[in-house]
Design a protein around this ligand. Structure first.
Ligand SMILES: [Zn+2]
Ligand SMILES: [Zn+2]
Length: 292
């Protein structure tokens, strides 16, 4: 059994915290960009991407701000004409074609990558129906947690659709973002912890593309290691850890802050959810099992 470990090259202790989905008064956010940057800096974030609706925010915009040392990543939320998706690390504004595969292809021809947003938003919990996620190719990830959807219709979580993709061997990473529009309540709900010692736009984007990050709403993963056919996860703040394989099937579910499992012989992938007090959680990326 060969386990593909996305955290293989994570430097010990070097994790950067950031949010990739943020609105300002340039679209329908409530605060101007400087105030939004101030708020994330005050929470100790390392990186942030402004992603207004069909508006490109790039280096020239960030150069006018006091960034407080935050790594500011160019972005846009492709919005009109269909399912919303993030253009992370954008270099220009792209046309929001109704054919989202065309948008994803154009994103991949740019400096950035695509993340499908809040799949389970709206009254039918189905902003992005599974057949579209299944059909589209070339996106790097999807939001498995979107904080702002918690106060709107539908569900902020989308691990259900994620598991359906993963069991087919689709290499799609799970992102946790705020999608913040309002000050206070929307800020600091969900974030990504990125394993890289390279504190730059390119360093963070590179680690994200490789899946060397995990999503969190408050639980910290302190160590993830693979040894033979065993995987060990250690946390600060989890009081229960669940290991999943296949389509939402638990193969370990234990109380405690750490868990070591033997990967089941027939697993196609495994992933871990680390649950803590007050609904806090952390989600590892999937470890794909490759036959030798
Ligand atoms: Zn959206
Ligand atoms: Zn948004």
């Amino acid at each position: 059994m060969k386990i593909a470990n996305p955290y293989l090259n994570a430097p010990a202790g070097a994790w950067l915290r950031g949010n990739l989905h943020t609105h300002t008064t340039a679209s329908d956010g409530a605060q101007p960009i400087q105030k939004v940057v101030d708020d994330y800096a005050a929470l100790g974030y390392d990186f942030l991407s402004i992603s207004d609706h069909d508006i490109f925010t790039g280096e020239a915009d960030y150069a006018k701000l006091d960034g407080h040392g935050l790594v500011l990543i160019p972005g846009n939320e492709v919005t009109r004409n269909g399912v919303h998706l993030l253009h992370v690390g954008a270099d220009r504004l792209l046309e929001p074609h109704a054919d989202r595969q065309q948008v994803i292809d154009e994103i991949n021809a740019s400096t950035g990558f695509a993340v499908i947003n809040h799949p389970n938003w709206l009254v039918d919990f189905n902003h992005c129906p599974f057949p579209l996620l299944d059909q589209w190719q070339g996106y790097v990830g999807m939001e498995i947690y979107n904080g702002t959807i918690g106060r709107l219709d539908g569900s902020p979580y989308a691990t259900d659709k994620w598991d359906r993709l993963l069991v087919q061997g689709r290499r799609v990473w799970g992102f946790a973002n705020d999608d913040s529009h309002l000050p206070g309540a929307d800020i600091g709900l969900g974030w990504n912890m990125v394993g890289t010692a390279d504190r730059s736009v390119s360093g963070i984007l590179d680690a994200l593309r490789r899946g060397c990050f995990y999503g969190s709403t408050g639980v910290t993963i302190t160590s993830i290691s693979v040894n033979g056919n065993r995987i060990r996860v250690e946390t600060a703040g989890a009081d229960r850890i669940i290991a999943y394989q296949q389509v939402g099937r638990e193969f370990a579910n234990v109380e405690g802050a750490s868990l070591e499992v033997e990967v089941p012989a027939n697993a196609r992938y495994v992933r871990f959810e680390c649950l803590g007090r007050g609904g806090r959680a952390a989600w590892t990326q999937p470890f794909f099992i490759e036959s030798e």
